[in-house]
Design a protein around this ligand. Structure first.
Ligand SMILES: Cc1cc2nc3c(=O)[nH]c(=O)nc-3n(C[C@H](O)[C@H](O)[C@H](O)COP(=O)(O)OP(=O)(O)OC[C@H]3O[C@@H](n4cnc5c(N)ncnc54)[C@H](O)[C@@H]3O)c2cc1C
Length: 469
């Protein structure tokens, strides 16, 4: 008989893997078992060879100004090879053309109105409307400075439209913030989807003034990179964690979907195709809908809420095109599409071979194109070749590319991106409290909750591990 406690981690995306790795390295008193439904680890992180290079099918960068991902890379010995984008600026498709985004944007919010005027993106009326923000002395929206805990949450659109006007919102802010989760900034929680803006909005009735103060205070290293990338592919991160788990004799069962969880005396039974696994505690690092199914019989109220979390599906299409066929120079990291000027299919285009030195090639340009967003699945409904053809029309319109691609690859992320609605932080707190009440020893972590970027998922994996008794 052994008295060792066992933790089962369900889901081997970056969140579950980080939780398992943290337990394996920091808790020698605990046995860890990882169970994953698909035949590989990594979840939304996937890199496959494309045009002779390791091109990511999902995440290709992580925020450098928060420590979690960088710290994990350091622990795995990956920090020495990290790179940052060669191109710092980007374009927006707006007013019928590609316009370079002005300097001074903070998550799309302009803090330099002279640069905004020079960019030609926003009309003089739009700039005058935004300038009203600079002299405002009274709060005109719900972020009135009285509630530091975020119960005053509203949508990003509500705040930006009120403070800076509709035009700035629709031509600059909306696509930058909603692009992250293929959503709609008019329905995106300010507190959960743009925390930096939420903090500034609470600080001052003038959003521009508060953001200027914030950036001045944060500029210890003005040249520090905003993003890091892994030149051998983001999947190296999850592959290395798997290797470290294997070294530590942590079983990682692939093609092993958990079908149910049931209470036993003092713990839980996790049912898998391999049979039942006894667990003292469980970390559910799965998206909201599978999590809801697993909690249905043990925490029904929370399960019902989780089942109603909305997700967007998106396709990531990689194209290799001859550089000779480009109608414009690739002198930025790519372009976004303004809410005012939607294209039939394309929602964003990363000029991957210009953005990353490791993807550059003298003859061939690599583009990573996003299509599909919440509430609009027409791109996802097309078969691969029709989707590539439809994107070809948008590339002709925006970049003057008429030649067909040399190579293409379509990756579909069905229900890949959670939508954080206003009030999201309060709902998460309620779900976590509900689960800890109805199903003690079960922990929720991952992209559905406290942030969907890699650093936020890694942080949640660490937190789930440290909450194990
Ligand atoms: C196209 C795209 C581009 C992105 N780009 C970036 C970017 O550049 N930078 C960035 O920081 N973030 C980016 N993200 C976001 C980020 O990649 C994800 O939010 C993050 O990887 C999610 O990790 P996770 O572990 O929480 O969930 P997931 O990766 O979804 O992992 C959950 C795992 O649970 C498994 N599972 C589900 N049900 C069961 C079950 N019943 N039993 C066992 N296992 C189960 C799934 O198979 C999956 O492997 C992007 C996301 C997408 C879709």
């Amino acid at each position: 008989m052994t008295n060792r406690r066992r933790v089962v981690v369900v889901g081997a995306g970056i969140t579950g893997l980080t939780a398992a790795f943290t337990l394996a390295t920091q808790r020698p008193d605990i046995d860890v078992v990882v169970v994953e439904a698909s035949e590989r680890v990594g979840g939304k992180i996937l890199t496959t060879p494309f045009a002779g290079r390791p091109v990511d099918c999902g995440a290709d960068a992580f925020l450098a100004r928060v420590p979690e991902a960088l710290d994990l890379c350091r622990e795995l010995g990956l920090d020495t090879i990290l790179t940052s984008p060669s191109q710092k600026s980007a374009y927006v498709w707006v007013n019928g053309g590609l316009n370079r985004l002005p300097a001074g944007l903070v998550l799309g919010v302009p803090t330099d109105l002279d640069a905004l005027a020079t960019s030609g993106i926003v009309s003089s009326e739009g700039i005058a409307r935004a300038a009203e923000d600079l002299t405002r002395t009274e709060w005109i929206d719900r972020a009135n400075g009285s509630d530091p805990n975020g119960a005053d949450d509203q949508s990003v659109g509500e705040l930006i439209r009120a403070r800076l006007g509709d035009e700035v919102h629709e031509k600059l802010v909306s696509h930058l913030l909603s692009g992250v989760n293929a959503g709609d900034a008019d329905h995106l929680s300010l507190a959960a989807g743009a925390a930096q803006i939420a903090v500034a909005a609470r600080k001052s009735p003038s959003l521009i003034t508060a953001l200027r103060e914030q950036t001045t205070a944060a500029q210890h290293h003005p040249d520090a990179p905003v993003f890091h990338g892994i030149p051998v592919g983001t999947q190296t991160l999850t592959d290395l964690i798997l290797a470290r788990l294997t070294q530590a004799d942590v079983p990682v069962h692939l093609s092993c979907p958990v079908s149910s969880i049931a209470p036993t005396s003092g713990g839980w039974t996790v049912t898998t195709p391999l049979g039942a696994i006894a667990a003292d505690e469980i970390i559910l690092a799965t998206p909201a809908h599978p999590t809801a199914r697993l909690l249905e019989s043990i925490a029904p109220e929370t399960a019902g809420d989780l089942a109603s979390v909305e997700y967007a599906s998106a396709a990531m299409v990689s194209l290799a095109v001859s550089k000779k066929s480009l109608g414009i120079p690739l002198d930025a990291s790519g372009f976004l599409v303004a809410q005012t000027d939607p294209l039939p299919t394309l929602t964003a285009c990363s000029w991957a071979s210009a953005k990353w030195a490791h993807l550059d090639d003298p003859e061939v340009a690599i583009l990573r194109i996003s299509a599909g967003k919440h509430g609009d699945t027409h791109a996802l409904d097309l078969d691969d070749s029709s989707l590539v053809e439809a994107l070809g029309i948008d590339l002709d319109t925006t970049m003057g590319i008429t030649a067909p691609p040399i190579e293409s690859r379509v990756t579909r992320w069905i229900d890949g991106l959670p939508q954080y609605r206003p009030g999201h932080p309060a709902r998460i707190a309620a779900w976590r409290a509900g689960v800890s009440d109805e199903a003690p020893g079960i922990h929720l972590a991952g992209a559905a909750y406290d942030g969907l970027g890699l650093p936020a998922c890694i942080r949640q994996g660490r937190q789930a591990a440290s909450s194990i008794a």
